[in-house]
Design a protein around this ligand. Structure first.
Ligand code: FAD
Length: 361
């Protein structure tokens, strides 16, 4: 009977980067994925690596900043090991704050942008003399970095079983001894739940995660020079890729596990993009899609060991899972392998939600 040291449930960016970190520490690892690895939230994301956004909860700032610092090395390593180009872009973002707090700086680490320099930085952008800030942040192609993590994991000897939906973590005498999928059982003394928006569906049910839908579309820019920086405005954001694609997002919807897009929303996003960059009027829509962010009641991730010995979790990364992958992989690997953890994880403890509260129903 084959056994592993650690089983990771879920092959999104969180499960795959964690599998690599655990494997680097010498453990044998199996990733069990319901569908194809990297086809859920990690496939749907925009890939902005925002470590100081107004939406980042204060308790998460320290990890967000640390993860942003780790990104160049993380991306480089996965790109070199996998041979997959991950499109890490360093050009920064132009941020238009909401009109009501136009004079308030959206975060630290920003520079005000006079209209003249704005016109120089992004000639195609229409800004109507609005207050704008420059932020030194990066972006990445989430599909590419997830594919690179999958390839790297395999090359490093992580086993991956696709098309296997885990229904339960198996326990005996209060200790973990593996997982049951719809087809079979797998054996390990340590299991980590990285099932994203679906984390709460696996028995024993311990996590109040919920899906938060986001719709996006992808345009082909008329020319590669149409847009260089990420543009963040209150109604829309635009993320350029080096191959000339421009991603336009997004919505934040409580719509259950529904991943359909609707025409009205996609058109509204497209119009908002055209208002910022009129040249995009004739840009072709390559694709539209929706993904499910793993949300939690307090909008903080759930990280660490659960109340069941040997059962760990790394989920609930909501809007920041691409950014938070490197730091999550490092600290949860530290917890799983019994190393000293670099950070105090109490704010993210799986036991912070009282069992039986309404959030569990
Ligand atoms: C529209 C949109 C835009 C976003 N933009 C950004 C951004 O700009 N920057 C950023 O940092 N983040 C962004 N995010 C958030 C980011 O995508 C997520 O936080 C991140 O992808 C979560 O990764 P994950 O691995 O936890 O989840 P997922 O990628 O969803 O992976 C979970 C995996 O678990 C599998 N699974 C589920 N149940 C089971 C089961 N029972 N058995 C086996 N496998 C199972 C699923 O099939 C899936 O592959 C965005 C998200 C969306 C939807």
């Amino acid at each position: 009977m084959k056994t592993w040291d650690v089983i990771v449930i879920g092959g999104g960016i969180i499960g795959l980067s964690l599998a690599i970190e655990v494997r680097k520490r010498g453990a044998t690892v199996l990733v069990v994925e319901r569908g194809e690895p990297g086809r859920e939230a990690s496939h749907a994301a925009g890939g902005m690596l925002v470590d100081s956004g107004a939406e980042t909860p204060a308790a998460l700032q320290e990890l967000a900043i640390a993860s942003a610092r780790m990104y160049p090395e993380f991306a480089q390593e996965l790109q070199v090991e996998s041979g997959i180009f991950v499109d890490l872009r360093e050009q920064g973002a132009i941020v238009f704050p909401p009109l009501e707090d136009a004079r308030q700086q959206p975060a630290f680490k920003v520079e005000s942008l006079p209209s003249a320099s704005l016109a120089e930085l992004e000639p195609a952008l229409v800004h109507h003399e609005r207050a704008a800030f420059f932020l030194k942040e990066r972006s990445i192609d989430p599909r590419a970095i997830t594919a690179a993590a999958l390839e790297t994991a395999k090359r490093r000897g992580v086993d991956v079983s696709s098309g296997e939906e885990v229904t339960a973590v198996n326990l005996s005498e209060g200790k973990v001894h593996g997982v049951t999928s719809r087809k079979t059982s797998y054996f390990a003394k340590k299991v980590v739940n990285c099932a994203g928006a679906w984390s709460g569906q696996i028995a024993p049910h311990q996590f109040p995660t919920r899906p938060v839908k986001g719709q996006m579309l992808c345009l082909i820019a008329p020319s590669r020079g149409t847009l260089t920086h990420v543009i963040r405005s209150p109604d829309v954001y635009l993320i350029p890729r080096s191959d000339g694609r421009i991603l336009v997002g997004t919505t934040v919807e409580e719509a259950g596990f529904d991943k359909r897009t609707d025409v009205a929303t996609i058109q509204r996003l497209h119009r908002a993009a055209i208002t910022l960059i009129p040249e995009l009027r004739n840009a072709k829509i390559l694709e539209d899609w929706a993904g499910l962010r793993p949300g939690t009641p307090d909008s903080l991730p759930i990280l660490g060991e659960t109340s069941t010995a040997g059962y760990y979790v790394a989920t609930g990364h909501f809007r920041d899972g691409i950014l938070l992958a490197p730091i999550t992989a490092r600290i949860v690997a530290q917890v799983i392998t019994g190393e000293n953890c670099d950070y105090d994880l109490s704010a993210f403890s799986p036991t912070r939600f009282s069992i039986g509260s309404s959030e569990h129903h």
